[in-house]
Ligand binder design. Structure first.
Ligand code: FES
Ligand code: FES
Length: 170
């Protein structure tokens, strides 16, 4: 049984005919759309390697059925950079040594972006660690990851603040 869905993925409209209604968003991205930046770690919701944003919220794509997401807007790691210019969270992960092997990194970065946009990051490392705890790093790069989230959060807040001042917004 084929299931027709429409998704906007990294700004591009996709009309997709799923030949199997049980396919997960993770397998759709990786195996069918060849967006392999999103990683499969555990495939059971325990590691966070597969984190993407769905309508702005971070989710484990290995636990989400693609068929249930008709009309959703998906953001994955491939859509972050603007040409050669990295997203501030990507740049912060590099500047703060937020990775070693890099396997967990796309999920960490997408989770960090979700966390920052939720407005929960603040400046407390312990809180950041807690709110990023769904993303496991087998290399143990947690200190750099936490520092990267804090640095990116600060930079993005300053940028927003600068923009608001320039436009006279409250
Ligand atoms: Fe999805 Fe591990 S692969 S949580
Ligand atoms: Fe290797 Fe996180 S950098 S698993």
């Amino acid at each position: 049984m084929s299931v027709a869905i429409n998704l906007v993925i990294n700004g591009y409209q996709h009309a997709i005919a799923l030949d199997d209604p049980r396919v997960t968003l993770l397998d759709l991205l990786r195996d069918r759309l060849h967006l392999t930046g999103t990683k499969k770690g555990c495939d059971r919701g325990q590691c966070g390697a597969c984190t993407v944003l769905v309508d702005g919220r971070r989710i484990n794509s290995c636990l989400s059925l693609a068929a249930s997401l008709d009309g959703a807007e998906i953001h994955s790691i491939e859509g972050l950079a603007d040409g050669e210019t990295l997203h501030p969270v990507q740049a912060a992960f590099i500047a703060q040594d937020g990775f070693q092997c890099g396997y967990c990194t796309p999920g960490q970065i997408m989770s960090a972006i979700g966390l920052i946009s939720e407005g929960h990051a603040g400046d407390d490392p312990e809180r950041v660690r807690e709110l990023m705890s769904g993303n496991i790093c087998r290399c143990g790069a947690y200190q750099g990851i936490t520092e990267a989230v804090l640095a990116a959060q600060k930079r993005m807040a300053e940028k927003d603040d600068g923009g608001a001042r320039q436009t006279g917004a409250a």
